[in-house]
Design a protein around this ligand. Structure first.
Ligand SMILES: Nc1ncnc2c1ncn2[C@@H]1O[C@H](COP(=O)(O)OP(=O)(O)OP(=O)(O)O)[C@@H](O)[C@H]1O
Length: 274
């Protein structure tokens, strides 16, 4: 049986796909580290996140919690979409203060949000390269884009997705794969996935999980949010459980069981179920 192994340094298949198709793999220096120190976020009276400190290392790190426990808030802060009220985010031991998702891309972080963020009137190909070019230089020549996009999609989709179709006219599952391909294209050292496989069927989800596992094993951090315990147990090198905006505990892979997770997430409910 395949299990999530501890990450090793190396190249993922996605890195090879991008390199072999004329794309650019960002330069790396050593192993990536991401830390939150006492992150707090208030929305008026609501304390969405309270003094949350988490140490993320290469591998798949899941954030688990009931609805409203603060998972998306943490991910939005890490993505540069929302600014924390207090606390710090440290990337390789330096505090970062991103003002936009673009700043985050430049730092090597890419996010796939819960909402499938597609430009509905643009083609699949345009959607995959959306936001990829900096204003001053195009990084991949036009002629090389279609083969690269096809190769990325083939890694995560069982069926071909037509590159020149209008993205908004495709099924939601295809749109989710397009958004994932957009994130993979950037080869981020930190990939943030917020329920990013929710619209996929099991077979496609398996392909995406395989890509994610391989990507994390190559020394990248994948921060994964999911409600599904079986996914969490299969994929996670470690799990941080949030409850009412607070970090309850971080479990290492060998300590992850459905019972423990349930107990940490919702102790009252676990009393009735277990
Ligand atoms: N923009 C906002 N304005 C006001 N309150 C918010 C806002 N965003 C989140 N909240 C509140 O902050 C708390 C944490 O929400 P968050 O979305 O981070 O939880 P979550 O664990 O991701 O939940 P879900 O699983 O439902 O996505 C909730 O009480 C939520 O209602």
């Amino acid at each position: 049986m395949k299990t999530a192994s501890e990450p090793m340094s190396g190249q993922s298949r996605l890195h090879r796909i991008v390199a072999e198709n004329g794309g650019i793999a960002p330069a790396r220096s050593g192993s990536v580290r991401l830390k939150t120190n006492g992150l707090t976020k208030r929305y008026g009276e609501t304390l969405a996140l309270s003094n949350a400190s988490v140490d993320f290392r290469p591998g798949i790190h899941t954030i688990l919690g009931e609805n409203g426990s603060g998972k998306s808030t943490m991910l939005k802060i890490l993505s540069g979409v929302v600014t924390q009220t207090e606390g710090a985010v440290l990337l390789n031991d330096s505090a970062i203060a991103p003002r936009s998702p673009r700043d985050m891309h430049d730092l090597g972080l890419s996010t796939v949000f819960q909402e499938v963020l597609i430009a509905p009137h643009r083609s699949v190909l345009e959607n995959i390269f959306l936001g990829y070019d900096s204003p001053l230089k195009r990084r991949i020549p036009k002629a090389k884009r279609a083969p690269l996009a096809n190769a990325l999609l083939a890694r995560i989709s069982r069926f071909p997705i037509p590159l020149f179709a209008t993205a908004g006219e495709l099924p939601l599952a295809s749109q989710q794969l397009i958004v994932l391909a957009r994130a993979f294209l950037r080869l981020p050292s930190i990939l943030l996935l917020d329920e990013a496989t929710a619209a996929l069927d099991y077979a496609d989800r398996d392909l995406v999980f395989d890509a994610i596992e391989d990507y994390a094993a190559a020394g990248n951090i994948v921060i994964f949010i999911s409600h599904r315990l079986e996914e969490v147990r299969r994929l996670s090198n470690r799990v941080t459980v949030l409850r009412s905006g607070q970090v309850v505990e971080t479990l290492e892979r060998d300590d992850i069981t459905a019972q423990r997770l349930l107990k940490l997430m919702a102790p009252e409910a676990a009393l009735h179920v277990l």
